[in-house]
Design a binder for this molecule. Structure first.
Ligand code: ADP
Ligand code: ZN
Ligand code: ZN
Length: 721
């Protein structure tokens, strides 16, 4: 080839292919800078892409297309591009995912996005004098604004329609304004000695990278430690990123942060509107946001001067993305802190074995809070045999509930199963209602008179007779939250019973409202799933119980004991946070069919860190994560043979590259949504070799003919099997 090499832009596009695409500069222009957004033709489509690099093209320039339009100057800074590059390699995902990760949705669209105007309204001079005739709605707006500007959201919550506001703007009686909340930082409580030491140690690390694991028993005042560290960080004119699990982001937390720090907290998660996400993205980028509270995706936000990262409830499974780019938000946060040279605090009452492992190797520094901030003792434990039970509740537990309610206590009952009952069985022939698309039972939903598969969503009417033998004696086995609610309401008719699960808490603020009500209310029973186990502070709860967690004792997932321990300690930690007026100490009940199980004994007689350290030793022994690295290749197909064949091809490919690829083996749930699921386990002598070899070889999978017949993905450091 004699033709001069042509410089081209390597553009990442949101398409499921393992490479960037080369484009020529726009006609008559230079190449756009790295990190800028461009609009390009891709087949028949036009797509927004990110320029990730410049290179000499190896394709003949005549075959390349020019970029249609350069949308902005380097929008994404180098540090984020470097992190994304690292993440794409480590987590083995295609570079095109970066548009999803690095750009808020509003900036991924081909059409220009017009963010809505300011967030509030005020009266104009004309509006001060105005007398709306025959329009009580307009009168209400003018009255509401008479005292001063108001947020749009406040007006809407008064029942005022957007159309009314628009009409008043058209009349020039009101005008849109931006309202910045004026906040004054409130003093926090006097820190305990342990809290003070933790804050002091973190603050000494400012300006340098250091990772801390803040292991504090439930209610020990971890949040208070984060807030004090954040105050110091802001005093250095640097920004704070506070990461929280998906379910942990509550208006209460936001309010607490704003009140203590005296600054607006910007919020970032995937349930926000496009303009809310864009606003946060921009505020982080220009430095206006002193504090950002966000879920895992916030780790990809641009920050002008990031000075501190906090990852609350660092053990929480929601930090791991389970589709697309399967990154771990906590682990990327540690990477980012190191790159940015700032401290990071990972906090939890029940830290992950990964983080405990890192403290044992000296990579993270362990900070402990061993006592509750409120001086209340940790609850008493009881393990109750569930074998003589009524409708999922043992007599002993019922007696305890009675005692606590009578002493003005509130009761919290955790059951990790929504619906009425997990199994419907025919008493005559033993038939069970199974999902035909999944290896799973259908759950009985009695109120809605239906069966529902909790894995694929399939639903059918609740049968009156056995479909196999026509016998009418169908029995619902076991109890989910719906059944427990009914039973408890029957047993305790004088007290409110609140159910908390995804079936009843459907509105954005339903749970929030309930928590508020319970906090301010009298004795009551809360019964619910996972939502209840997370860090909510319910000072009046004196009795907490975990029902029927036995499945975890015999699960094929090596992480099941760790998760069980976390749930048990978290739920136990809800009880007796404050000593109640009648001096009733907190109690915790674990109800099980296997009271003699060794794992439960260990949980009961230890504390979480001791329990976890022992589990970690067992994982080391077994060569499992976090002691060893693990990568899964998963494949699923309607025909099991197709998935099997693809994984065997992949296995050959990796054996040539020197990796041990075990399998193919069926997933713990072999069939889901009509797909048969298999996986390969990849391991190597060292984690570095594993990651390195996978990074060099995985894209070859796209070239396997058998890959076309299956759905497949890589999962590095998988959290589910
Ligand atoms: P955690 O995050 O560890 O669960 P929080 O920080 O939410 O704990 O604290 C639990 C409760 O104790 C909160 O109501 C908090 O205001 C209170 N608290 C925290 N630190 C102190 C302290 N040093 N003195 C008194 N109360 C405190
Ligand atoms: Zn039958
Ligand atoms: Zn199903």
């Amino acid at each position: 080839m004699t033709e001069a090499r042509q410089r081209v832009a390597q553009v990442a596009l949101p398409v499921p292919m393992p490479q960037c695409f080369d484009y020529l500069p726009p006609k008559g222009h230079e190449l756009p800078p790295i990190g800028s957004r461009v609009l390009v033709g891709f087949g028949p489509r036009r797509l927004v892409g990110l320029v990730l690099g410049h290179t000499d093209s190896t394709t003949e320039p005549r075959k390349l297309k020019p970029i249609d339009q350069v949308l902005d100057e380097a929008l994404i800074d180098e540090d984020l591009l470097v992190m994304h590059d690292w993440a794409a390699r480590y987590y083995a995902y295609p570079p095109g995912e970066c548009t999803q990760l690095l750009l808020p949705p509003a900036l991924r669209r081909v059409e220009p996005f017009n963010p809505p105007g300011p967030n509030g309204f005020q009266l104009t001079d004309a509006g001060q004098q105005a007398e709306p005739k025959r329009s009580p709605a307009q009168r209400r707006v003018l009255d509401a604004l008479a005292e001063g500007p108001q947020l749009r959201s406040a007006l809407v919550s008064l029942g005022i329609q957007s159309s009314t506001l628009k009409r008043l703007v058209d009349k020039a009686w009101i005008e849109a304004v931006s309202i910045e909340p004026s906040l004054i930082a409130r003093e926090g409580p006097v820190l305990s000695e342990e809290q003070r030491q933790a804050v002091g140690t973190v603050c000494q690390a400012y300006g340098d990278y250091q990772a801390f694991l803040l292991a504090g028993v439930t209610g020990s005042g971890k949040t208070e430690v984060y807030l004090q560290c954040a105050i110091e960080c802001m005093a250095r004119d640097e920004q704070v990123l506070l990461m929280i699990p998906e379910i942990g982001l509550t208006p209460q937390l936001i309010e607490r942060v704003m009140n203590r720090l005296g600054t607006a907290a910007f919020v970032y998660h995937s349930n926000l509107s496009e303009s809310e996400r864009l606003a946060c993205w921009q505020a982080a980028r220009c430095g206006k946001a002193k504090v950002v509270i966000g879920t895992r995706s916030s780790i990809f936000l641009p920050f002008k001067h990031l000075g501190l990262i906090v990852v609350d409830e660092e053990h929480d499974a929601s930090y791991k993305q389970i589709d697309g780019a399967r990154y771990h938000g906590r682990d990327l946060a540690v990477w980012r802190a190191r790159y940015r040279q700032c401290p990071i605090v990972l906090g939890s009452a029940t830290p992950s074995l990964e983080s405990i492992n890192n403290t044992e190797h000296g990579r993270y520094q362990l900070l402990k809070l061993t006592a509750r901030a409120t001086d209340a003792p940790l609850p008493q434990w009881r393990i109750i045999d569930q074998r003589n039970q009524q409708e999922g509740l043992s007599d002993t537990l019922v007696g305890l509930i009675k005692k606590h309610l009578a002493s003005d206590g509130q009761v919290l009952i955790y059951r990790n199963r929504r619906g009425y009952a997990p199994v419907l069985m025919c008493q005559a022939c033993g038939w069970q209602a199974d999902c035909h698309r999944c290896s799973a039972h259908m759950t009985v939903h009695q109120n809605q008179k239906k069966l529902q598969c909790h894995h694929c969503g399939h639903q059918s009417a609740l049968p009156h007779r056995c479909p196999a033998c026509e016998d009418p004696k169908l029995q619902a086995l076991g109890a989910g939250t719906e059944r427990l609610e009914t039973t408890l309401a029957g047993l305790f008719p004088d007290y409110p019973v609140h159910r908390v699960d995804r079936d009843v808490m459907t509105g954005r603020y339903d749970f929030e409202r309930l928590l508020e009500e319970v906090k301010n209310g009298g004795p009551c029973i809360l019964v619910g799933t996972q939502m209840l186990a997370k860090g909510h502070h319910l000072p009046k709860v004196t009795l907490a119980a975990v029902l029927d967690a036995d499945q975890a004792l015999f699960s094929g997932d090596f992480r099941a004991p760790e998760r069980l321990g976390q749930v048990i300690y978290q739920v136990a930690g809800r009880a007796g946070r404050v000593v109640n007026d009648q001096g009733l100490p907190g109690e915790f009940v674990l109800q099980t069919r296997h009271p003699e199980h060794a794992l439960l004994d260990r949980l009961r007689h230890g504390h979480y860190l001791g329990f976890a350290t022992q589990l970690l030793a067992e994982r080391r022994e077994a060569g499992l994560p976090p002691a060893e690295g693990l990568v899964l290749l998963r494949a699923e197909a309607h025909q099991p043979e197709a998935a099997w064949a693809f994984l065997q091809d992949a296995q050959k490919l990796w054996q040539q590259a020197g990796l041990q690829a075990q399998g193919p083996i069926a997933s713990i749930m072999p069939k889901r949504g009509g797909y048969w699921r298999f996986q390969l386990w990849l391991q190597a002598d060292t984690r570095a070799t594993l990651i390195d070899t996978v990074a060099r070889t995985w894209t070859a999978l796209y070239g396997l003919p058998s890959a076309k017949k299956v759905r497949w993905h890589m999962d590095v450091d998988p959290t589910e099997l």
